[in-house]
Design a binder for this molecule. Structure first.
Ligand code: PEP
Length: 251
């Protein structure tokens, strides 16, 4: 458990130059003090977002190439390029990448390694589908996804638990389900990476202005990964405020 909470937005494939600027101007006054705020943006906007964000807010990417070195990999963006453009973190293995691009642990291990080597914080996204939860497989699925961290020191990596059935659906996991899965993830990380391992675990899945305070008050929740509600300044800043209050209550 960490005293500072993180609130990371995921813009997915949304944004335009002028709209991004307006959104950032709405967020930035809330971004300092006590909470680490970031936004994972489409790669094409990364440099502009990083320039506007300055030190107050982390610009991040939503994906990174599995290839490390420059070369003949048309359409790819390497970890070094993301860092060069101002990224501080990168989402790795978001469920939409697993679903639409077939990303598996072999590919994700490469992405994690290259991100760390480039000085980025990789945020490894894990989570089960509703069908998997319904047949009692949720922990087994998440354990298989976390196995990509096996034998790493794993410092500098964060994990986001995002039940697939809660992403973009308006359906949020119950507090007890979140607390239990986060506790399971901590135990898995200790057994995979060694007893000293210290990894931040965020929750994601329909976090919004109305439910953020309850979710962020769960002691096992070190922050939130926010999709839809990060696309407008008002709900996103309300979530940041909830994180600040929750962190204050813990310290
Ligand atoms: C996400 O895309 O990571 C996410 C959590 O989306 P939403 O908040 O819209 O469910």
């Amino acid at each position: 458990m960490w005293s500072q909470k993180w609130v990371l937005g995921n813009w997915k494939m949304n944004g335009r130059t002028a709209r991004n600027q307006d959104l950032l101007e709405g967020i930035l006054p809330q971004a300092a003090c006590g909470v680490q705020v970031g936004v994972a943006v489409p790669a094409v906007y990364l440099a502009a977002v990083a320039a506007t964000a300055g030190q107050a807010l982390w610009a991040g990417a939503q994906d990174v190439s599995r290839f490390e070195a420059d070369g003949a990999f048309t359409g790819e963006t390497s970890a070094a390029m993301l860092a060069d453009a101002g990224a501080r973190f990168v989402l790795v293995g978001h469920s939409e990448r697993r679903q639409y691009f077939g990303e598996d642990n072999t590919v994700l291990a490469e992405k994690l390694h290259h991100s760390l080597a480039a000085g980025l914080v990789p945020v490894l996204c894990v989570g089960e589908t509703l069908a998997e939860r319904d047949v009692g497989e949720a922990e087994a699925v998440v354990a298989r996804q976390l196995a990509v961290l096996k034998d790493w020191r794993a410092e500098g990596v964060a994990v986001a638990y995002e039940p697939v059935w809660a992403i973009g659906t308006g359906r949020v996991a119950e507090a007890a389900q979140i607390a239990a899965m986060h506790a399971f993830i901590y135990r898995q990380i200790l057994s995979l990476c060694g007893e000293g391992a210290k990894i931040r675990v965020l929750y994601g899945g329909s976090v919004n202005a109305a439910n953020a305070a309850d979710i962020l008050a769960i002691p096992q929740v070190d922050g939130a990964l926010v999709g839809g509600a990060s696309l407008q300044a008002e709900p996103f800043t309300a979530i940041i405020q909830a994180a600040r209050t929750a962190a204050g209550a813990l310290s």
